[in-house]
Ligand binder design. Structure first.
Ligand code: FPP
Length: 236
């Protein structure tokens, strides 16, 4: 089963306590580890986390740099744990504008976990669904111009194979915290038949029980994919 999470509400959680927003992001990062560790219990094999959107650069410069510092630290401190625990990490998004040292850490983590297969962790960093679709379209156009593919090869399967999530299944469930009920440019192509679950909890206060509640709610739904009855058990 593949779950996507839009981790919203870090800033509000911190502001409610009279703390700077960066405290909320730090608490959010701790929550990430807690939720990842709970995935095997729920038979969740793939998790895609929306860590930084293409729109997030518009935030105050100090907030953007505190998020970058957080990612840098997180990648450093979690490296061994991720490699040893058979977790395969993949970064989704347009990595070019990211600070070069972070980019190197990301590439190293992807390379060093490439053969892992116990758990699949996608981190969407400078990710936007529209941006991903445009980048994929450009790659297709290049392959078309160099005769690698022809116009008639273009179909949904081929298009999917050019996306950042190329070799992965679409998310079965997308969870968003903090009471907002929209996708905000997250996995636009991949979310066509994803079930959606919204929690009023701010991300730093989202517990493993809340996570389990979301998964249980998903398991009670009848997925039809526009045409048929569906057995969720196939996904676990
Ligand atoms: C949304 O809350 C959250 C973010 C923009 C950042 C998400 C990042 C983390 C949880 C930190 C670490 C992640 C990883 C993968 C290490 P918000 O700031 O928009 O909250 P608000 O809506 O209350 O302002």
């Amino acid at each position: 089963m593949h779950i996507g999470i839009i981790m919203d509400g870090n800033g509000r959680w911190a502001a409610d306590k009279g703390w700077p927003r960066s405290f909320g992001h730090r608490a959010g990062a701790k929550k990430v580890s807690e939720i990842i560790k709970y995935c095997p219990e729920l038979k969740v094999k793939t998790l895609t986390l929306y860590a930084f959107s293409t729109e997030n650069w518009k935030r105050a410069a100090h907030e953007v740099s505190s998020l970058m510092r957080l990612f840098r630290g997180y990648l450093q401190t979690k490296y061994l744990e991720v490699v040893k625990n058979n977790i395969k990490v993949k970064f989704l998004g347009d990595t070019n504008p990211l600070p070069k040292d972070i980019l190197l850490q990301m590439k190293k983590l992807e390379t060093d976990t490439n053969k892992n297969n116990g758990f699949f962790l996608n981190i969407a960093l400078n990710y936007g669904g529209r941006n991903e679709i445009i980048r994929s379209t450009k790659k297709i156009a290049k392959d078309l111009l160099s005769d690698k593919i022809s116009v008639n090869d273009i179909n949904e399967t081929l298009f999917s194979s050019y996306l950042d999530t190329s070799d992965q299944k679409d998310p079965d469930l997308i969870i968003r915290t903090a009471g907002e009920m929209r996708l905000s440019n997250f996995l636009l192509w991949q979310s066509v038949y994803s079930e959606l679950y919204f929690s009023n909890k701010m991300w730093p206060e989202f517990t493993t029980q809340d996570f389990e509640m979301a998964v249980n709610s998903f398991r009670q739904r009848n997925r039809k994919f526009g045409h048929k009855e569906y057995d969720f058990k196939k996904f676990v």
